[in-house]
Design a protein around this ligand. Sequence first.
Ligand code: FMN
Length: 220
Amino acid sequence: MEDILDIMRRRHSVRRYKNVAVEKELADALRAEAETVNRESGLNVRLFVDEPEAFKAAKPHYGSFSGCRNYFVIEGPENMAEQAGYYGERLVLYAQRLGLNTCWVALTYERSKVTAEKGNEIYVVIALGYGENEGVQHRSKPYEKLIKAEGDVPEWFKRGAEGAMLAPTAINQQQFRIELLPDKSVRIKSLPGPCRYIDYGIVKYHFEAAAGKDNFKWAD
Ligand SMILES: Cc1cc2nc3c(=O)[nH]c(=O)nc-3n(C[C@H](O)[C@H](O)[C@H](O)COP(=O)(O)O)c2cc1C
C-alpha cells in the first residue's frame, strides 16, 4: 500500500473538474468508506454523485469551481466540528488514494441546494472528482513556527510533523502548533481562525496517520 505521506504530498485542493460522474466502482468504495466513518464517528456523511447543482453558479473570485458533479456533505449533530475535520480528511485521503481529487468547501458552494437531514448541522462539503489538474502545493509557514521539538526527535514525530504541515486548512491559515513534550507525548494547539475546529480535526488526522497511531500518545 502506498505510504500515506506520499498521498498527502500528492493531495492539493482542486477546483476545476472534468464534468462527469465518478465511476460506479469508485462511488461504491467511497460510499462504503463513508458508512464506516458514520458508524465510528456519529456523523452523517453523504455522498452525492452526478449532482451538479451544489457547484453550479460561477463565483467570481476565490473559491470558484467548474465541472464539479460529485461531493460529500459532512453533517451531524451539533458540536462535532473537530470530528467533521478528522473523519472528512480520512475520506479526502481515501479518495486521493483512489486517484480522485478533492477540495474542502465551507463557503463557496450553493448552500441553498444542500439541505441537512434530521435536523443535523452541515459542517462542510468536500468537492470530489477527476481534476483538470492536480492543484499546487500550498505555501507553508516555516517548520519552526508550527512545530516545537527539542533534543532527540523520533522518526515518527518527524513524519507526523510533515503530515501536519501538508494538511489543508481554511484559507491556508495553518492556525495550529504542535509540540513534542519531554515524555514524548504530543500536544496540538489550535489558535483562533476560520473553521478553527474543523482545521484542528484535519491537522490531527494528518499527524496521527503520518506518525502512526500506535507510535505515540496525545498529551491530555
Ligand atoms: C475547513 C476548510 C474550508 C475550506 N473552504 C473553502 C471554500 O469555501 N472555498 C474554496 O475554494 N476552498 C476552501 N478550502 C480550501 C483551502 O483554501 C485550501 O485547503 C488551502 O488553501 C490549502 O491548500 P491545499 O488544500 O491545496 O493544500 C477550505 C479548506 C478547509 C480545510
